[in-house]
Design a protein around this ligand. Structure first.
Ligand SMILES: [Zn+2]
Length: 83
């Protein structure tokens, strides 16, 4: 039995039927919640995706920096073997 079928779908104070959504934010990943269609939870989802994207970009930048350092070490080791 799903969460929705156990509980009665309720109306918002504004008269709209609330929608069951899944959170994609970092704070509550996978958390189900109800939202009024008049409010729109899209902003929280986009903010969570942007935070996730920023974390990925920072990780990529960090890995690129490590790669440059490792390439420099390999070049220096190669040069030291020549002389
Ligand atoms: Zn409402």
């Amino acid at each position: 039995m799903s969460y929705l079928s156990k509980t009665r779908v309720t109306d918002c104070y504004c008269g709209k039927i609330v929608i069951l959504k899944t959170s994609w934010t970092n704070d509550n990943p996978g958390q189900r919640f109800r939202v009024c269609p008049n409010i729109g939870g899209g902003r929280a989802i986009i903010a969570g995706l942007l935070r996730k994207q920023k974390a990925c970009d920072e990780k990529i930048a960090s890995l690129k920096k490590r790669l440059r350092v490792m390439a420099a070490v390999i070049v220096l080791l190669g040069l030291s073997l020549l002389f």
